[in-house]
Design a protein around this ligand. Structure first.
Ligand code: MC0
Length: 138
């Protein structure tokens, strides 16, 4: 089953500007920045509270015009792009959701933030929400 909200993903055009905004206005702390070329993003993990136990906002900026985030920004503008849940085992969680009629975007998990393993439920099967499953690195 799902364990907790891992992060809420927000599409932004300019990552550095967004990090500055979330820090100054909401008092969040940037705990991780990375480029994920497989996903076509440059991303920053912003801790909501004093520890990441309080959940994170993941700021996502496109690396190229072909990126899923570039497409999202073109269509919808900046805003919430995904909700991500922590799971113990992403393959098991994906299999359970497939059994319940959900289309998973990948046949096998791919690499997410900081070496996590991830998959996604298609937003059209989940009431218009792109749902990400995150198995944290061991
Ligand atoms: C598209 N749609 C969405 C959506 N993206 N609805 C809600 N939330 C979103 N994020 C809607 C469109 O408006 C459209 O609705 C319908 O889905 C199908 O659109 P499409 O043109 O066929 O599909 P695409 O090309 O826009 O692709 C959507 C899809 C793609 C979800 C398949 O974005 C994708 O593969 N996402 C997974 C990877 C990803 O998002 N990576 C970036 C984050 P209508 O009604 O017009 O038909 S990377 C990340 O998250 C990593 C680093 C991590 O956390 O570890």
């Amino acid at each position: 089953g799902l364990l907790r909200i891992d992060h809420v993903g927000v599409a932004v055009a300019d990552l550095d500007e967004a990090v500055e905004f979330y820090t100054r206005v909401f008092g969040m702390t940037c705990v991780h920045i990375e480029e994920n070329t497989d996903q076509g993003v440059r991303e920053a993990m912003m801790s909501v509270g004093p520890t990441t136990e309080g959940g994170c906002v993941q700021l996502l900026a496109p690396l190229s015009p072909a990126s899923a985030i570039a497409k999202f920004l073109d269509r919808s503008g900046p805003g919430v792009q995904q909700v991500a849940y922590t799971v113990r085992d992403v393959e098991v969680a994906a299999a359970v959701l497939r059994d319940r009629g959900m289309r998973l975007l990948y046949d096998a998990p791919r690499r997410g933030t900081a070496g996590s393993r991830i998959n996604f439920v298609h937003p059209k099967d989940a009431g218009g929400v792109l749902v990400e499953l995150v198995e944290p690195p061991r």
